[in-house]
Design a binder for this molecule. Structure first.
Ligand SMILES: [Zn+2]
Length: 318
């Protein structure tokens, strides 16, 4: 330990001190002054969400120290950084799409709008999540709850970001159904936003209802997906053969992400051993980034297909 202290710059030593990370003693981390980590038993009741994460909690911090805690190793570090990097990924994809991909694919004004909406939604989702995981250690319970609502609102916005390009390109040649489904999805997401205003929405009693609402909003997508297969001459048509496997992979990623989120696997089987790395919420975060990325690539693929094969003359596209 003494040898390690010598390597630390003198200036940092004046403003920081070492503390033990609860039972996790394998890597001593330099922690800015006034930030300490707590065990599950020590944190306030409103932070007690996952008993299998036994240590490494930040708590009782003012906003400034919540922000500074981004640089310490706590049980939220991977959660914060995974979605911060996710935000940077979708931001760069957005710049790349607008400057390179879309002009090269002969995109029209509608394509630009759809891509901008989709990627903007993904970025909002990532930033809301970063905000929640960064400020969940705030000393005020009210502030924590506000950030939690914002995290949930971000998930709804992320789902919307998947629906918009999906429905737009699936019903590219059928303006009627495109408008019906886009309108329905938008109303659904708005209804979820309204439900969040309910005083019980964030309570632990409503945990299952919350999960149910998100499952419904995402699961409803089966309806336009099946309708799209029927409208495009069933499983034999080229476009269905090309894109249905991609849609199924999307459901597979979304399903496994939700499974990790809801079951708290694997930390449930290794309580206290996955406090910092490898917990279910971190897997959920990484799968969400993967899912959005997969859907974005699928949208690029289907847009190029739509531009290469014009709509049949009897279609209701205009
Ligand atoms: Zn999260």
């Amino acid at each position: 330990m003494y040898r390690m202290l010598l390597k630390v710059p003198q200036k940092l030593l004046q403003t920081a001190h070492y503390i033990e990370l609860g039972s996790y003693q394998h890597w001593p981390v330099l922690i800015p002054q006034r930030i300490r980590l707590y065990t599950y038993e020590q944190i306030p009741p409103f932070l007690k969400e996952n008993p299998y994460i036994t240590d490494g909690y930040r708590a009782h911090l003012p906003s400034k120290l919540c922000l500074r805690s981004i640089f310490i190793m706590s049980n939220e570090t991977v959660n914060i950084w995974s979605h911060l990097l996710g935000f940077l990924l979708f931001f760069s994809l957005g710049v790349n799409d607008l400057c390179t991909v879309l002009p090269a694919s002969g995109a029209n004004r509608e394509d630009y709008v759809i891509y901008t909406i989709g990627l903007f939604c993904f970025q909002v989702c990532m930033l809301c999540s970063v905000g929640y995981h960064l400020f969940s250690c705030h000393c005020s319970e009210k502030t924590c709850r506000r950030w939690l609502s914002l995290d949930y609102a971000g998930i709804s916005v992320g789902i919307l970001g998947c629906y918009v390009p999906g429905i737009f390109y699936a019903f590219y040649c059928d303006a009627f159904w495109r408008q019906v489904y886009l309108g329905t999805v938008l109303s659904l997401i708005l209804a979820v936003f309204c439900a969040q205003v309910h005083p019980h929405y964030l309570s632990n009693d409503w945990k299952k209802i919350r999960m149910g609402i998100f499952c419904c909003v995402a699961g409803v997508s089966v309806v336009p997906a099946c309708h799209w297969v029927c409208l495009t001459d069933g499983l034999a048509s080229d476009i269905v053969k090309l894109f249905l496997p991609r849609v199924l992979i999307m459901y597979l990623i979304a399903g496994s992400a939700f499974l990790f989120y809801a079951t708290k696997i694997p930390e449930r089987y290794f309580p206290g051993q996955l406090n910092y790395v490898g917990a279910s919420h971190q897997v959920w975060h990484i799968l969400v980034v993967l899912m959005f990325y997969w859907w974005h690539q699928t949208a690029v693929y289907i847009m190029r297909f739509r531009h290469s094969q014009p709509c049949p003359p009897q279609s209701r596209s205009s």
